[in-house]
Structures are given as C-alpha cells and as structure tokens.
Ligand binder design. Structure first.
Ligand code: TLP
Length: 339
C-alpha cells in the first residue's frame, strides 16, 4: 500500500528509534528532561525565537497560542480555509472563548486590506481584535507557500493595530524549502509560530511552539492546563531532535509531489495543478465518479488518498515514499481510473 493520505503517516526510522531508546530523560513538568530542553533550545534557534515549548500536537500548539494571545470574547482574524478554523473542532471558541472573523485570503493569506477591514476596535458593543492567525504552507489551499514579503505586509497591517500574529507553521519548513529562503525569513514577521515534527520531518509525535520567553513561560502553564504537561518525555523528544536533521530532505518530497501531480494530470478526467510543496490536490469531477468512488478505486489499487473538497482528493508526499513508490502510485492510479 502506498499511503499518501498525509505526511503524518510516516513511521520512525532507525535513528529515531535509537534516539528514543537512548535519550537522557527526567521529569519535564519539573523542566528536568535534558532531551526536551535540548529540543526546545534547538527549535527556538531554528525559527529565530527566544524560547520554544514541546507540545504533543500541532493542534495543542495552535490552541495554546490562541489562548495566550487573546482575552475572552475577542476576535481572531483568519483565512476561512485555515486549519484553526476548519479542523480544530472550534477549539478557539472552546479553549479561549474567542470568535473567529473569517476572510477569504489571497492564496490563503489575509491581505493587509482585509486585516484593516476586519479589525474591530474594542468599544461598548465590539469585543476588539485579539489576534491574526496565518498558515504557511497553507494546507487546505493545496500546500501553497506564502512569500516572506507577503507575510511581512500582512503582519505589519496587524501591528498597526497592536494585534499580535501567530503562524500555524505546521509545514513552515516546507514553505521555506519551496521558496528557497531561510525559515527565519518567514518566522521573523510573527510573534509566535507552531511547527510540527510529526509531519514532513518524520517524527512519530510532537510539535513546537516558539515565541518570546515570557510568552513561552505562560504557554507552559497553559500546556499544563490542557493536560499536556508530560514527564519522561525525552523518549519522544529524542526522535524530535532527529527530525530536525531532516529539514534539508523536504525538497525530495516536493520533487516527488511534482512528478505525482504531472502523472496524475495525464489521466483522463483528472485535473491536477502543479504543487508548490508536498501536497497534491486532484480534481476528479471529470472522471464521472464521486470522490468516495475514486478513493475506493485507488485503494483497490494500493494507493491511499483522502477526500479534500466536494470534487477533490489530496495526496501528500513524505519521507516514507520514494520515487519508485510514486511510479507505483501512478501505475495504480492509471489502472484505477483510466478505464
Ligand atoms: N493536519 C492534518 C489534518 O488535521 C488535516 C493533515 O493530515 O494535514 N496545522 C496544520 C496546517 C495542519 O495541517 C495540521 C494537521 C495541524 C495544524 C494539526 O496538527 P496535529 O495533527 O499534530 O494536531
């Protein structure tokens, strides 16, 4: 089976399993786990922030950030298709008591004009805007990579209103790779960033939330509140440290994604734009089949993908598929659909 449902499906490699077995550990709630401390320092350094916090999931990292940046009742500006809006169970309402003001961003990024228009000043009737939340690469927009210049212009618009900016950078290293810029060119413009170790970087578990030291101190308390205070967690931070070594490999996933997209696009009835990163989105409308049928047929031919939109499916490349697997996946897709 070639599993292209997500880049979350990778399994830990030998070096990660070794790291798990040999990591020095301690009780991280007492901040005594040296492996976690090492990971947090390296992660903060990588994204150019003062401090970082190891969290079990990207969702928890985003939710902690939203709660820390905002006060109850405030509004969060975010793209309509962003993960924090679509796929975190309305967490910002539940955990932070805030409401979202959605905009149809330009390629997933709220424009400076949209930020100005969406901003609400606190008064007797209006709650005030507490946060601007960005996402890069943008998952639901098909893995689009947002340039540093656009990030800066949008973040500057928020700053004009003293509104902080959080980046859901679950795949920010994919964005930096796609744009061929240092990741700090993307993270410099935001107050906090969450990035996932457990996606393209291949760790079995874990994400990092980074920001200034005072923000991370508060985030540590909120992580505890959310039940994310973990103990001898060096056993998963060790693989996380290994994952940081994989940043330079992401270009391979992007090349595989382009090959996959080009091959799928040749299949009658599929329309597949060239991907910017590791996410391939195929429109299946013209096959005459609905999404579920296409997914079933693909699975019958050993290819796993996910439903994405009413007529689209998503296929993600990742460390556990190589160029041979991509060829096999294309053979499977041809057999499944070219009939
Ligand atoms: N994305 C998952 C699903 O939840 C959709 C996937 O398979 O792509 N931000 C972004 C941009 C994400 O894509 C994800 C996960 C998260 C946050 C949440 O990360 P986890 O799964 O670690 O909570």
């Amino acid at each position: 089976m070639i599993d292209l449902r997500s880049d979350t499906v990778t399994t830990p490699d030998g070096s990660m399993r070794d790291a798990a077995a040999t990591a020095p550990v301690g009780d991280d709630v007492y901040e005594e786990d040296p492996t976690v401390t090492d990971l947090e320092e390296r992660a903060a350094d990588l994204v150019g922030k003062e401090a970082a916090l190891f969290v079990p999931t990207g969702t928890m990292g985003n939710q902690i950030a939203i709660r820390e940046h905002t006060s109850r009742g405030e509004e969060v500006i975010a793209d309509r298709e962003s993960h924090v809006v679509k796929w975190e169970l309305g967490g910002m309402a539940q955990h932070a008591g805030v409401q979202v003001r959605m905009v149809d961003g330009d390629r997933g990024l709220p424009t400076p004009e949209q930020v100005h228009e969406s901003y609400v000043e606190e008064d007797l009737h209006r709650p005030g805007t507490g946060l601007l939340c960005l996402e890069n690469t943008h998952n639901a927009r098909g893995g689009l990579a947002i340039t540093p210049e656009r990030m800066r212009d949008t973040a500057d618009a928020a700053r004009e209103h003293d509104v902080p900016v959080h980046l859901d950078g679950a795949r920010v290293f994919n964005a930096a790779t796609a744009l061929e810029v240092p990741v700090t060119d993307l993270t410099d413009h935001v107050d906090s960033v969450m990035f996932c170790l457990s996606k393209g970087l291949g760790a079995p578990v874990g994400s990092m939330l980074a920001g200034d030291a005072e923000f991370i101190d508060r985030a540590r308390r909120t992580r505890k509140l959310f039940g994310g205070g973990m103990r001898q967690v060096g056993v998963i931070a060790g693989p996380g440290l290994e994952a940081l070594e994989n940043v330079d490999d992401l270009g391979l996933d992007h090349a595989n994604a382009r090959t996959l997209a080009a091959g799928l696009d040749e299949i009658s009835g599929l329309s597949v734009p060239e991907p910017e990163s590791n996410i391939v989105v195929a429109d299946v409308a013209a096959t005459g089949h609905d999404v579920e049928t296409v997914l079933e047929r693909l699975a019958d031919h050993e290819v796993l993908a996910t439903a994405f939109g009413p007529t689209t499916i998503r296929l993600c490349t990742h460390r556990d598929v190589d160029s041979d697997d991509i060829e096999h996946a294309l053979e499977g897709a041809r057999a499944a659909l070219d009939c």
